[in-house]
Design a protein around this ligand. Structure first.
Ligand code: RUB
Length: 327
């Protein structure tokens, strides 16, 4: 690689790997930002050299975490107009400008999508509802806080939330703190207490890392158990997710890869050394079958998981076509 990778790009890649940048939507927007930095800091004069650098950075970011499908979707959405531009012109400035505007458009639309989901989702919540959530999904939280603020403004009863702590990385603590900052009372529980508390809840709202063509949801490990308990207790389960969480590859038979993280997130090095016969498994996500999901709330509207394949065809089907490469 003629151009050395910019330090800010390496920092983004490292932060995603180490989960300083985390949550599927945030990862996607950070990936887009890295491509913009690539365009803004490229020092060469040749468009082909730039495109090689651009592809290299895209691959570097893609390899950081495997499950959140919004990451490859974001990269595809940015690559598409850029590759098209390269077929029209060899002017480097124009090509770099296309990267910057594609990234800006992606980030702007993604933020707008979350606000739309919040607005749509909040219509499904009633004053005084108790909502159970798992992990830390900014999309799910935007639905909850939007509904709560609306009720308070209308002098109605606000919401309460039951948040799981979410072992082993404790993202539930971020959830609890950010809801408390919005004035929403939160009860924090250990993950294994979900079945004991589910009957207190009116609704479950979670986010998603990926949505498969059959309507299955891939989200933080434990989500499927929450959904199972909710199903048993006849509590509805809503998934709040941008359409960039739908996985186009699953339309053609691929499975979503479930990230397995280090054992040291669960127990410390000392424990592992002392107990060589104990093997620790640490999958970061699990799959909730469509039967356990009542509704997927997206920026395009609310859908039952059974229509996931249609959403995929309408919104992201193009991404399965090969790019025309003109360099
Ligand atoms: C985060 C997680 C979130 C989804 C959706 O996992 O599972 O529920 O990513 O989040 P991790 P958002 O902490 O391992 O990244 O709605 O913010 O995209």
């Amino acid at each position: 690689m003629a151009q050395e990778v910019d330090k800010r790009i390496l920092d983004i890649a490292e932060s995603i790997k180490e989960m300083k940048i985390r949550g599927a939507g945030t990862i996607a927007r950070a990936a887009a930002e890295a491509l913009k930095i690539a365009a803004e800091t490229f020092k060469g004069k040749d468009y082909r050299e730039f495109m090689n650098y651009f592809d290299y950075v895209a691959d570097l970011i893609l390899k950081t975490r495997p499950t959140a499908v919004s990451l490859p979707n974001a990269i595809r959405m940015i690559k598409r107009p850029v590759y098209k531009k390269v077929c029209e012109t060899t002017d480097l400035e124009e090509i770099k400008g296309t990267v910057v505007s594609a990234v800006n458009k992606f980030i702007e639309e993604s933020k707008k999508a979350i606000n739309t989901i919040a607005e749509i989702g909040s219509r499904r919540i009633k004053p005084g509802n108790i909502i159970l959530t798992h992990c830390h999904s900014r999309t799910a939280l935007s639905v909850i806080t939007t509904a709560h603020k609306k009720f308070i403004k209308e002098n109605k009863e606000g919401l309460r939330v039951i948040a799981t702590e979410t072992r082993p990385r404790f993202q539930g603590l971020i959830t609890a703190k950010s809801l408390a900052d919005e004035g929403i009372p939160v009860t924090l529980i250990v993950d294994s207490a979900v079945r004991s508390f589910i009957e207190e809840a009116d609704l479950v709202i979670v986010g998603a890392d990926a949505i498969a063509a059959n309507g299955a949801i891939v989200n933080k490990i434990g989500t499927s158990l929450v959904a199972l308990a909710a199903n048993e207790a006849r509590v509805r389960v809503y998934v709040a997710a941008e359409t960039i969480k739908f996985s186009p590859e699953t339309l053609v038979g691929a499975l979503v890869e479930i990230e397995e993280r280090p054992a040291t997130e669960v127990v410390d090095e000392k424990f592992l050394k002392k107990n060589p016969l104990i093997k620790v498994r640490n999958p970061a996500f699990d799959v909730t079958p469509p039967e356990y999901i009542d509704l997927i709330i997206t920026e395009k509207g609310v859908f039952s998981p059974q229509v996931a394949a249609i959403i995929l065809k309408d919104e992201l089907g193009w991404s399965l076509q090969e790019y025309t490469k003109c360099y």
